[in-house]
Design a protein. Structure first.
Length: 137
């Protein structure tokens, strides 16, 4: 199956309902706290790192933290329409996920940065390639 082309800098407003990924859950889902899937597109939120779920978790605490991060991402995505904005060069991560920022304009005109909200919740860590990833165990 051919890879889908990244959005190459264009903005996309998303107003779909999202669910936790799993059998029978629909095309728009959240597999973990820093990734969303829309149909064939796998999107990694820029600037954050979430704990790993399931067999990838380093310890039971990380698996529990992963579920909490996923639930928080779902809550934020389902608050209403948001905008996906890829980097100008359409970067992909090492797993082929499109790198995106997610924002939402609030009724008062302020802009909610979903990554910043996740960091503020304490359920994900800020991620910057110049700093080592934090542990969850």
């Amino acid at each position: 199956q051919p890879a889908l082309a990244p959005l190459q800098g264009s903005r996309l407003t998303v107003s779909h309902a999202f669910y936790r990924c799993g059998a029978g859950r629909g095309p728009n889902c959240v597999p973990d706290g820093d990734t969303l899937i829309m149909g064939q597109r796998k999107i990694r939120i820029v600037g954050i790192d979430a704990p790993e779920a399931g067999a990838k978790a380093g310890c039971p605490q990380e698996a529990q933290a992963a579920e909490a991060a996923s639930a928080e991402l779902l809550r934020l995505l389902n608050q209403g329409p948001f905008v996906l904005q890829p980097p100008q060069d359409g970067l992909l991560d090492q797993y082929g996920r499109e790198l995106m920022t997610l924002t939402r304009t609030q009724p008062d005109g302020s802009v909610q940065d979903i990554a910043e909200e996740l960091v503020a919740s304490g359920k994900v860590h800020r991620f910057d390639r110049s700093h080592p990833r934090g542990g969850w165990c």
